[in-house]
Design a protein around this ligand. Structure first.
Ligand code: KG4
Ligand code: ZN
Length: 341
């Protein structure tokens, strides 16, 4: 029997729907919300409204694109959290209504769990290298930064995490100080390509073991720019590429040092990257180079599956479906991280 899972993602500012057919991607549609750009960050109320507008057309498009009918869908997987409450309510209510009308299982998915499984996303016949269990995952997104041991599709263990800002927040906040649009991570990535990563240096956090801290780096960056701007009014414009390359290099160095330590401590040499920041070209390159130096096997999702998408939600739903781990119509979304898988 074919197992066809419809995935719904609405945790932040992307409305996405996807179809996973027997474990492979059949379609993945995303409606981005550009409206937030002019506000310099995601405005929760506007995000909820945009999800309301987008959800039906995005789901219809995902179903059409997969060449299936509504009646073929075996279950609906939706992001239960963490994320913006109003945004999550749109996706979860839609998923509940859909499963109720079709009398099929509802499957709740932890957004972070789904990011981890994004390394397994592929279309039929693609034959991408897949990490064997257990593997290490560096999960770097806008809200979270963690290193995990992934024991199987549904079980993982956090062995390190940020004690303050997430890596994505560090990118976005530094970009904001430079006057770049929101989210700034992709802009820093773009300008960094032309710059010298060693042009400027910033205070490095001294955090023990496998935990991270990015708030000190952000402050150091802020003071650095403030001092430079006092000396030269157009310092940022004149040095944009070098500033971007240097802050990006600092963030990547912090991430890589902890990952190397995690691999040494656990003895695990299969390393995966996940979460929105894994779209960063410097980090992707850094991991590949680090992999060669440290004898690792490295697994990186395609850029379109690094950032928020419903294919990862549907794939996680597929694995939960296979084990009969269904959700409940009374399940409510959770805004903050609850527990790992
Ligand atoms: O996983 P994600 O799409 O949403 C969350 O679950 O948070 O991650 C979003 C984060 C933002 O902070 C964004 O700036 C960052 O990922 N990001 C990047 C890049 N693309 C997205 N950061 C650096 N370089 C990129 N190319
Ligand atoms: Zn995410």
């Amino acid at each position: 029997m074919d197992i066809i899972i419809l995935g719904i993602e609405s945790s932040c500012d992307d409305t996405s729907a996807a179809i996973i057919h027997n474990g492979f991607i059949s379609s993945n549609k995303i409606a981005n919300q550009d409206i937030h750009r002019e506000y310099g960050g995601v405005v929760p109320e506007l995000a909820s409204r945009a999800h309301q507008q987008n959800i039906v057309p995005v789901v219809e498009s995902a179903i059409r694109n997969a060449g299936i009918k509504k009646q073929d869908i075996s279950a609906v997987a939706f992001t239960r959290g963490p994320g913006l409450m109003g945004a999550l309510l749109v996706g979860s209510s839609f998923a509940k209504g859909f499963t109720l009308s079709r009398k099929i299982p509802l499957i709740d998915v932890n957004h972070l769990h789904a990011h981890i499984l994004s390394v397994f996303l592929q279309t039929k016949g693609e034959n991408k290298a897949q990490p064997p269990f257990p593997f290490l995952c560096l999960l770097v997104s806008g809200g979270h930064t963690q290193i995990l041991i992934v024991h199987d599709y549904l079980k993982s263990e956090i062995i390190g995490q940020t004690i303050d800002d997430a890596a994505g927040e560090a990118f976005d906040k530094c970009a904001k100080v430079m006057g770049l649009p929101y989210p700034g991570g992709p802009f820093i990535d773009k300008y960094a390509a032309e710059g010298n990563p060693l042009a400027f240096s910033f205070n490095k956090p001294q955090i023990k073991e496998l935990d991270f801290s990015f708030s000190g780096l952000k402050t150091s960056f802020l003071y650095f720019l403030r001092d430079k701007l006092k000396e030269e009014k157009d310092f940022i414009d004149k040095n944009q590429a070098d500033i971007c390359a240097s802050i990006q290099h600092s963030i990547i160095t912090i991430l890589m040092e902890k990952l190397i330590l995690a691999s040494k401590k656990t003895g695990i040499q299969h390393i995966a990257l996940a979460g929105g920041v894994s779209a960063n070209s410097g980090l992707r390159k850094g991991l590949i180079e680090g992999g060669i130096q440290n004898n690792w096997h490295v697994y990186i999702p395609e850029v379109k599956y690094s950032t928020d998408n419903a294919a990862m939600i549907a794939l996680t739903g597929y694995h939960k479906f296979m084990l009969g781990e269904y959700g409940n119509l009374a399940d409510t979304p959770f805004a903050r991280i609850k527990s790992q898988l």
